[in-house]
Design a protein around this ligand. Structure first.
Ligand SMILES: Cc1cc2nc3c(=O)[nH]c(=O)nc-3n(C[C@H](O)[C@H](O)[C@H](O)COP(=O)(O)OP(=O)(O)OC[C@H]3O[C@@H](n4cnc5c(N)ncnc54)[C@H](O)[C@@H]3O)c2cc1C
Length: 642
């Protein structure tokens, strides 16, 4: 049966994908004490150039599993498990010295290099190291070829709420020539509405008893929409009541008392215990919070949901009358969600790299960067002031001598199973916080504990190149919430055209569909859910992912004529095992005093080391990554000239 179904789904079709060996199962071991320094000194180590130094190398065009793909994480896991140094080989020492070394070529690491260069001048020698085969971290570019057409997709999606950005992040965008106002022209906010395409919900048979796509969420009255859903009469009435009645369920309490209650109440509990809805209502909303928090409504407080909202416009009904107006990004977002380059925030990363190494990415504008082909062979050239070295996992960082008086740090990294050493006057760690204790055992114990506290949310961003989008068109949807399905959300691409890039605007044109899954285990704390979700991500095979993608698209879009065997041209799955930065959760975490917050304790500078990355701000946004880079570079400025 499996074979017949697989054939119908098109599992045997040749498409743009790259199968991969299953990832290594992840153990949940705690911090193991590392004896790596003795290991480094014993082995004697050398500098290298980038593994990516091959002109044919074109990571964005690679299909199949991207993000934390096989080959990017193994040394880090060996370091965690305490086995890395036993197996590390030796190499002849050469002592390349840089003014500034950055660990991590995500937005924060690249921004740190930008801010350092602004201070130190364009001649400053900078080395940026990253374990992936591409730069940008989460902001990773993906490309598909469908016929003669190149379609772009993304990791980190959009510049969100830029009018809330602070001076540093606004300034960086300006330095790069990004004028966010232009997106009002580039993003065709009218395209899908003009075709009467709106929001739908897919109710799957495993959760709701039958497969049914209901279109028109928000466009038709809620009672009409939910009348079509496979739910009991009571559940329908409850949901419609939540959306249409303005009830202050906590009317006897002051605003402060309400906030205190709602900080400690999950939205799942709110639905059944405060708003007294039928338990059948919970699965309709259970995964709505996945895309923003990586966990379901059992693990996110009402106060947080109210503050942060939901990017796709389905909302969390019932909270408004209790909380009134809020200043957060969510319900009162000042900007529309339109600040999207066709490759997402990869364009920000690419503009940063272009500013350091102009001949790696031809062009001069925020428009031409979209279609510019990066020359990866130019990223790490011996004669360049800034070098970006990919496929290089940093495994150790320490001061040469007493951190209080040392004049250099030493950084050890591994590339293709060989170990290398470089030295730097200053170093910014823009990698995950949870990695840093393994890299820097010399940090104070309290700081290492704080760095290990947060657990990043695991996510799958699946992109599927489809031959056309007539099924979406026929069904009247451009986005679908799928609360019980493997991927909990699916949509056709953002309608953005800029420079030479033109988004598909006719349903018979090829398109990229986006699907998101954040694996988690309802009922546990957010950090535990993330840990277990990560295990799932490392265990799942690409074959399983592909089958799930094909099956889900067939079930959601089949009534519109979608045929997965015929219509899928390519699949690329971005696996982000260490995804969104962790923000403390009022349901599970202590009410930390401001100066005791794990990210605040964890980001303290230590000698010539400073800590950037969105983890340092405990918020998973572009501007946080930039602001934390700025702070880290400022903290090191006292060493200028020494
Ligand atoms: C799927 C997804 C979608 C997102 N969408 C958005 C969005 O639409 N808008 C938004 O504002 N934010 C979004 N974010 C949040 C995003 O995390 C931040 O905006 C920002 O890109 C984070 O940058 P960073 O440099 O702090 O971290 P990262 O992007 O994680 O970069 C850190 C880099 O350091 C590398 N590294 C780690 N350890 C080592 C080591 N030992 N040696 C070498 N390198 C190492 C990592 O592999 C990574 O490449 C999204 C995140 C994810 C995962």
């Amino acid at each position: 049966m499996q074979d017949t179904r697989d054939h119908e789904l098109g599992m045997d079709r040749r498409i743009t994908r790259r199968d991969f060996l299953n990832g290594v199962a992840v153990s949940l071991g705690g911090l193991a004490a590392s004896t790596y320094l003795t290991g480094c000194v014993r082995h004697g180590l050398a500098d290298s150039t980038s593994a990516a130094n091959n002109p044919q190398n074109d990571p964005p065009a690679a299909a199949g599993l991207r993000g934390d793909a096989v080959g990017s994480f193994e040394p880090a896991h060996e370091l965690r498990d305490g086995t890395f140094w036993q197996n590390a080989g030796g190499a002849a020492p050469t002592d390349s010295t840089y003014d500034f070394i950055v660990v991590g070529a995500g937005i924060s690491g690249l921004a740190a290099a930008h801010f350092f260069r602004k201070q130190a001048g364009p001649g400053a020698r900078i080395l940026i190291l990253d374990n992936h085969d591409d730069f940008g971290g989460h902001a990773q570019r993906k490309e598909f070829r469908v016929g003669k057409r190149t379609l772009l997709s993304y990791g980190a999606q959009s510049i969100e709420s830029p009018s809330l950005f602070g001076a540093e992040s606004k300034g960086l965008l300006t330095d790069l020539g990004i004028d966010v106002q232009k997106f009002y022209r580039y993003y065709d906010q009218n395209l899908y509405p003009s075709m009467k395409l709106g929001s739908g919900m897919f109710f799957d048979r495993e959760t709701f008893g039958e497969d049914r796509l209901v279109a028109g969420f928000g466009a038709i009255p809620h009672h009409e929409f939910f009348a079509k859903a496979p739910l009991s009469e009571k559940a329908r009435r409850d949901i419609v009541r939540l959306y249409t009645e303005t009830v202050d369920y906590l009317s006897g309490l002051t605003r402060e008392q309400k906030e205190a209650v709602l900080k400690k109440t999950s939205y799942a509990d709110f639905l059944t215990k405060i708003a007294k809805c039928s338990p059948e209502v919970v699965p309709v909303f259970q995964t709505r919070s996945h895309d923003l928090f990586g966990v379901g409504i059992d693990a996110v407080s009402c106060a947080t949901l109210y503050e942060e909202g939901d990017d796709y416009g389905y909302g969390y009904p019932g909270l408004d009358a209790m909380l009134g107006s809020s200043g957060g990004r969510g319900n009162h977002k000042p900007d529309p969600y339109i600040f999207h380059f066709p490759d997402g925030n990869a364009s920000v990363a690419r503009l940063l790299v272009r500013s350091f190494i102009p001949d790696a990415l031809a062009g001069h504008t925020m428009e031409d960067v979209v279609t510019a082909q990066a020359d990866y062979s130019r990223l790490d050239r011996p004669d360049a002031a800034v070098r970006v070295r990919l496929s290089s996992t940093v495994v150790g960082v320490h001061h040469r001598g007493d951190p209080a008086s040392a004049r250099e740090v030493e950084v050890f990294y591994t590339q293709n199973r060989r170990l290398f050493r470089v030295r730097g006057r200053l170093c910014v760690l823009a990698c995950y916080n949870s990695m840093i204790p393994y890299l820097c055992p010399e940090l104070p114990a309290k700081q290492k504990e704080a760095l290990a506290y947060g657990v990043r949310a695991p996510l799958l961003y699946s992109h599927v190149a489809i031959r056309n989008w007539t099924a979406f068109h026929k069904l009247g949807v451009f986005q679908i919430a799928a609360p019980g399905s493997y991927h909990v959300y699916a949509a056709i691409d953002f309608p953005v055209s800029m420079g030479e890039y033109h988004c598909p605007s006719r349903p018979d044109e090829p398109m990229v569909a986006f699907m998101v899954r954040t694996p988690c285990q309802p009922g546990l704390s957010q950090r535990e859910q993330h840990r277990l979700g990560r295990v799932e991500l490392y265990d799942v095979t690409f074959e399983t992912l592909e089958r799930n993608i094909r099956d889900q698209l067939a079930r959601m879009l089949g009534p519109g004529g979608f045929n997965p065997a015929e219509d899928i041209e390519g699949i690329t799955v971005g696996r982000w095992a260490h995804g969104y930065a962790y923000s403390p959760n009022s349901l599970f975490d202590p009410d930390f005093a401001e100066d005791e917050l794990p990210n605040v304790v964890g980001r303290k500078p230590f000698g010539r080391l400073a800590i950037a990355n969105s983890d340092a701000g405990a918020i998973a946004y572009l501007d946080t990554a930039i602001n934390e880079a700025y702070r880290a570079v400022q903290e090191l400025s006292r060493y200028r000239g020494s």
